[in-house]
Ligand binder design. Structure first.
Ligand code: AMP
Ligand code: ZN
Length: 468
């Protein structure tokens, strides 16, 4: 599998360090607000990556952190008048709901920063022992001039560094090389933890070094994020991890390009800032959103427009209707005369085209083109009667395998079931109040999402509408 390694900026032939087991760290959300569709594009890219490894037969251990303590979460909790834990739990829930709706497979671990402060202190102590740090007024900084490899990921210009120039901010200007905080002295009214340097809290970067090494080991395969993570976040992670262990940290760094809207950066002030809820309000089709993300290679900017989303929805509908036709034929009894469509051969060709698209640096549009090319042939064979039900079962298997990576079929992922149960309960309550209009509204809302309700003497049951 070929992948573009940001470290060294080259295409590499990927093989996991431990044969058959891919260890993957994916920077997760800062849980201070609802994630936007740009964040979600990156999470879907990482999901397709893990699904592709699994389809190839590898075991995957994926870790995604939740940043639940930093400048933004602390400020947000104070403004909301909530404890940090209460405040971040709300956004962590919203995050899991969003990735569930986009049919993202769960990672093996979702560690929270606040549960790993001792591990972070341990890494800082190792750095201290190896002479990479200095303290000032209860804070601890990483002295980048002690790490000769600093800049190897981002290609940042080290000449711009001034001795002793340091920054307490976790996110600083691109091109601005500074000694960064590993540990920040406590400020009044802010959450803090005890440490060898007094009460305080960890910097942002140290969390990913500590948690990735805890769950994946000191040297692992792949670390991902979007391009904004390259500097300073990932550059600092390399300095911290390799500074602490004295050996290489990550083999391959992958970075997704950003999602933009109508050609511009998403921003609240421009009114082009969308959450998944905003998008689904206008077009209630999460599979179309997922498809749109896959229609552009991860290393290219993705320009979100309503028109592009409409085209993605039409493409998903075409895959779905082909899947339904194949399914109907596959479930029928085999006719006496076998069909002439060379189903095994065509399916094998499709599988190999799909795989080579995916393994070409995760070229998802190429893999999707293979899907449509194949479905066109199968559809034509259904039309002219040359596909028999044995052949349809072969086609059904090939399409299902491709969708194990794509994740665009079926439209309504199982993870929605608790939400559906809640809606059913609300509808039952409405019916008991004789609020039949309210009850019908809920039924229609679920219907629009492809969920059909059936009222039986034993209670209300739900199922997915056929073809969804
Ligand atoms: P954050 O919560 O800001 O740490 O972001 C979570 C993930 O989303 C990180 O990997 C970011 O690099 C990524 N990200 C942020 N903005 C965008 C964007 N506009 N498009 C794609 N990914 C993004
Ligand atoms: Zn990170």
């Amino acid at each position: 599998m070929k992948l573009t390694n940001t470290l060294g900026r080259r295409l590499v032939d990927f093989a996991p360090l431990e044969p058959g087991h891919v260890r993957l760290y994916t920077c997760g959300p800062t849980v201070y607000n609802v994630v936007h569709i740009g964040n979600l594009r990156t999470f879907v890219f990482e999901d397709v990556l893990r699904r592709r490894f699994r389809a190839r037969g590898d075991r995957v251990t994926q870790v995604m952190n939740l940043t639940d303590v930093d400048d933004k979460t602390i400020r947000g909790a104070q403004e909301a008048g909530l404890s940090l834990g209460e405040f971040t739990a709300k956004y962590a829930d919203a995050f899991f709901r969003d990735i569930g709706r986009l049919n993202v497979e769960p990672a093996e671990h979702y560690p929270k920063a606040t549960d790993h402060v001792p591990e972070m202190i341990e890494v800082i102590r190792k750095l201290e022992g190896r002479g990479h740090t200095y303290g000032s007024e209860g804070s601890v900084y990483f002295r980048i001039s002690t790490f000769p490899g600093y800049g190897k990921l981002s290609g940042i210009d080290l000449e711009k560094t001034r001795r002793g120039d340091r920054v307490a901010d976790d996110e600083y200007e691109k091109e601005d090389v500074k000694d960064f905080a590993l540990w920040k002295a406590a400020k009044p009214g802010e959450p803090s933890w005890p440490s060898p340097w007094g009460q305080g809290r960890p910097g942002w970067h140290i969390e990913c070094s500590a948690m990735s090494m805890k769950y994946l080991g000191e040297h692992f395969d792949i670390h991902t994020g979007a391009v904004d993570n390259i500097f300073p976040h990932h550059e600092n992670e390399i300095a911290q991890s390799e500074g602490a262990t004295g050996h290489p940290f990550v083999e391959v760094w992958l970075h997704a390009e950003h999602l933009i809207v109508d050609g511009e950066k998403m921003s609240k002030s421009k009114g082009n800032f969308y959450t998944l809820d905003d998008v689904l309000e206008r077009r209630d089709d999460p599979a179309a959103v997922r498809y749109l993300f896959l229609s552009v290679p991860y290393r290219k900017k993705l320009n979100f427009t309503w028109e592009a989303l409409g085209a993605a929805a039409a493409a998903v509908a075409r895959i779905r209707s082909a899947a339904v036709r194949i399914d109907e034929l596959a479930s029928a009894a085999t006719p006496p005369r076998p069909g002439s469509f060379p189903s095994e051969e065509r399916a094998a060709l499709f599988r190999s085209e799909f795989a080579s698209g995916m393994d070409d640096d995760l070229n998802t549009p190429e893999a999707l083109a293979a899907v449509f090319n194949y479905l066109r042939q199968v559809n034509a064979a259904v039309d002219d009667g040359s596909l028999d039900s044995d052949g349809a079962r072969v086609a059904r298997g090939a399409l299902a395998d491709a969708d194990r990576v794509l994740g665009v079929l079926p439209g309504a992922p199982e993870v929605l079931s608790s939400e559906i149960e809640e809606k059913i309960a609300a509808r039952n309550a409405a019916r008991q109040r004789r609020d039949f209009a309210g009850a019908d509204r809920i039924r229609d809302e679920l219907g629009a999402r492809g969920i059909v309700l059936e009222d039986t003497p034993g209670g209300t049951r739900w199922k997915k509408a056929s073809g969804v």
